[in-house]
Design a protein around this ligand. Structure first.
Ligand code: FAD
Ligand code: DHB
Length: 389
């Protein structure tokens, strides 16, 4: 068969790109390795920038997001036993929206199904052929049968472990990476959030984050050792450790309950350049990873979608390749800024095993500067709510 764009990966970037293209009459097929339920079972990001919200609106899938999402005008930072508030709305005029990645993905799957757009689940052995020619094609197997799709373009939205990035020859690809000597242990619980805002905490015992999904669903994270396993952490041990890392008055009003999900994510900064090879484009986690501090992963995937979507519209509607030719350059400029912010914010809040007394003083001074200096607060807020596309 033939289509205009083959999208590899049915996570948020692939689905959002597919839905936006569909609304402009550009045909795309999404190939997803897992089942829909498996994809929807992954608990990940929870904070959406308005840029992503605007894309969801343009894709015609923002109705539930506006109904059920929670507008957050600021955030709290706790350190050294005290806590301060950063008011995004006052500093930038823009809030963020708390609405889970799972819900974004569910809304996109529902819209795709309603539109009769094609998504193939449980595909295996996906391979991209002739991406450096004008006639690429993609092969895969499904239930033991071989398939081939000819197309104009391939969008690699298949995450960090996908095939798309690996298809770009090593002679062309340059990768930049930083790993961090700790992970995040996260739990989800059917309990009311401890605060109306998110709380990012720097403590002697390591980082903690109090987040939420809705009025009766909370998401909490604590920095943990890379060698830890979720099974090693009983719920009681998790709650005890969280309590010790957040200010006392917050710990006192924390409502605990059984975890309904518990997982550990390692922290990594990673970028591959370029994000295009011939007619293959990389988007989202296929091209870059940020440590989760600051919630930039999903939002940076969305900005890639924005640039490629407009590039493809320009190509098909105006016969102008400028947008796709400059895709990699435009996307990377914003990606590196999100990498910088996530790296800096991670450094501000975590305990590092090799941190010297001097390093600790620098961290404390950096936090005090953020607390006391309005220019620094504004720079923080502009990055947190999302830099312009
Ligand atoms: P993905 O969501 O990874 O989607 C890729 C899709 O491609 C998957 O569905 C996968 O099954 C499919 N796929 C992979 N290989 C193939 C193949 N060969 N063929 C076909 N399909 C394939 N970000 C935040 O902002 N906050 C967080 O708290 C947060 N927590 C995270 C926790 C974890 C454990 C992880 C891994 C990421 C987290 N992130 C978080 C990052 C955020 O979730 C990602 O940036 C976001 O999911 C990127 O979307 P994506 O569509 O590019 O990639
Ligand atoms: C969440 C995750 C983040 O990394 C973050 O900075 C804020 C919120 C979350 O999962 O709710």
């Amino acid at each position: 068969m033939r289509t205009q764009v083959v999208i590899i990966g049915g996570g948020p970037s692939g689905l959002l790109l597919g839905q936006l293209l569909h609304r402009r009459g550009i045909e795309a097929v999404v190939l997803e390795r897992k089942t829909r339920d498996y994809v929807l079972g992954r608990i990940r990001a929870g904070v959406l920038e308005t840029g992503l919200v605007r894309l969801m609106e343009e894709a015609g899938v923002a109705e539930r997001l506006h109904r059920e999402g929670h507008v957050h005008d600021g955030t709290r930072i706790a350190a050294g036993g005290e806590m301060f508030h950063l008011d995004f709305k006052a500093l930038t005029g823009t809030p963020v929206i708390v609405y889970g990645q799972t819900e974004v993905t569910r809304d996109l799957y529902d819209a795709r199904e309603a539109a009769g757009a094609r998504t193939e689940f449980e595909v295996d052995h996906v391979a991209i052929h002739d991406a450096d020619s004008d006639r690429p094609h993609v092969t895969y197997t499904q239930q033991g049968k071989d398939h081939r799709i000819d197309c104009d373009f391939v969008a690699g939205c298949d995450g960090f472990h996908g095939v798309s990035r690996q298809t770009i020859p090593l002679s062309v690809r340059r990768e930049y990476e930083k790993t961090y000597p700790f992970g995040w242990l996260g739990i989800l619980s059917r309990t009311p959030p401890v605060d109306d805002e998110l709380i990012y905490a720097n403590s002697e015992r390591g980082f903690a984050l109090c987040s939420m999904r809705n009025a009766n669903l909370s998401r909490y994270y604590i920095q943990c050792a890379l060698s830890d396993h979720p099974e090693d952490w009983t719920d009681a041990a998790f709650w005890g450790e969280l309590r010790r890392r957040i200010p006392r008055e917050v710990a006192e009003r924390l409502v605990t309950g059984p975890s309904i999900e518990k997982s550990i994510a390692p922290l990594r900064s990673f970028v591959t350049e370029p994000m295009r090879w011939g007619r293959l484009f990389l988007l989202g986690d296929a091209a870059h990873i940020v440590p989760p501090t600051g919630a930039k992963g999903l939002n940076t995937a969305a900005s890639d979608v924005h640039y490629l979507y407009h590039g493809l519209c320009q190509f098909y509607e105006d016969s102008d390749p400028e947008g796709i030719d400059r895709y990699s350059e435009r996307a990377l400029l914003r990606v590196w800024k999100a990498e910088r912010f996530s790296w800096w914010f991670s450094g501000l809040l975590h305990r590092y095993p090799d941190q010297s007394p001097f390093d600790l003083k620098m961290q404390q001074a950096d936090i005090a500067f953020l607390r006391d200096n309005e220019s620094q607060q504004r720079a923080f807020a502009e990055n947190y709510v999302g830099l312009p596309y």
